[in-house]
Design a protein around this ligand. Structure first.
Ligand code: DGY
Length: 319
């Protein structure tokens, strides 16, 4: 008999075919996220689980699945999983790094451009019939070219974002929690966290959400940033203290923000929705057809490898 895999949400077709070949497959039949109770009921007999970043896989859920051997997250970030407990229970946790790097860097750049040049605000302006012709002071934004790009977290995605900045003639500065023992193929200067905050014209976040990074960007950090600075977040919402960001945007303490992620997704505070100097996207960093398919295939390959007793291509380790 084939092992049982529970999939918490339908994935792109090529992944489903592969799953059907290797598992007895049980899929969430609804076009919505499942409740904790529903996940618990469905994984009682499962050998493998493929879940989303929106599924909170905590101790209780793990305890409800005594046969579980692998939790394969359909995301690179895995803050939704109690990794320590899973590993303690002998369960292998996997994620999908690498395949979404370039796509997420593209979206980061879409946010940088949209935010600095007030693209979405300008579009709203046009659609609401307010455009009366060219004006000297209409929708003045911030230049991107020749500015200083500050990158917090110089991992795969941070580096892919930096690579794109070369064409814009930008000065690149970055801060990483551990020194990068690696030569970068472009000029980039490692600085301390405070210097990054102080000198970046555009600050973009590419770090995981952990106990240490929760609200890393709060009142003090926003205070240190330039009044003309733009803050971009395509990593995880809770890294920024959203209430403090709202205050900084409302008082023009910083120029603008571009966000793909939020503190309590899908909830967006009404005060944020009301602001013009923020570009808001619905967590679509990796959302291209090609990349979501690659992520799905990697998530499946991870699950198959563990079940077959092989080392999975992307296993999460405790740091
Ligand atoms: C991830 O993978 O962690 C992104 O947030 C979604 O692709």
């Amino acid at each position: 008999m084939k092992p049982l895999l529970f999939l918490t949400r339908l994935l792109p077709e090529p992944a489903i075919k592969l799953l059907e070949d290797n598992f007895t497959l049980k899929i969430n039949p609804y076009n919505r996220s499942l409740t904790k109770q529903e996940i618990m009921e469905n994984i009682k007999d499962a050998d493998a689980l493929i879940c989303l970043l929106t599924d909170i896989i905590d101790k209780e859920i793990i305890d409800a699945a005594p046969k579980l051997k692998v939790i394969s997250n359909y995301a690179v970030g895995y803050n939704n999983i109690d990794v320590e407990y899973a590993i303690k229970c002998g369960i292998v946790v996997c994620n999908t790094p690498g395949v979404l790097t370039e796509t997420t860097a593209d979206l980061t750049w879409a946010l940088i451009m949209a935010t600095c040049r007030r693209i979405t605000e300008s579009e709203r302006f046009i659609r609401s019939g307010k455009f009366k012709g060219w004006e000297p002071m209409l929708m003045l934004g911030q230049d991107v070219n020749n500015k200083t790009l500050g990158i917090l977290g110089m991992g795969r995605i941070g580096q892919a974002v930096a690579k794109r900045a070369v064409g814009f003639n930008m000065q690149i500065i970055y801060h990483n929690d551990i020194p990068l023992n690696q030569n970068l193929p472009y000029e980039a200067t490692e600085v301390d966290f405070n210097t990054l905050l102080k000198e970046a014209d555009i600050l973009t976040l590419h770090i995981p959400l952990t106990e240490n990074t929760y609200h890393l960007i709060g009142k003090n950090e926003l205070e240190i940033m330039k009044d003309s600075a733009v803050l971009i977040n395509t990593s995880r919402g809770p890294i920024i203290d959203e209430q403090e960001l709202i205050r900084a945007l409302s008082t023009k303490k910083i120029f603008a923000a571009g966000l793909d992620v939020y503190e309590q997704e899908p909830y967006i505070p009404p005060e944020l929705l009301a602001l013009d100097n923020v570009v808001l996207l619905p967590h679509i960093g990796s959302a291209s057809i090609e990349t979501r398919t690659k992520m799905a295939l990697l998530a499946v390959e991870n699950a198959i490898s563990v079940i077959e007793g092989r080392k999975p291509p992307a296993m999460v380790k405790l740091t």
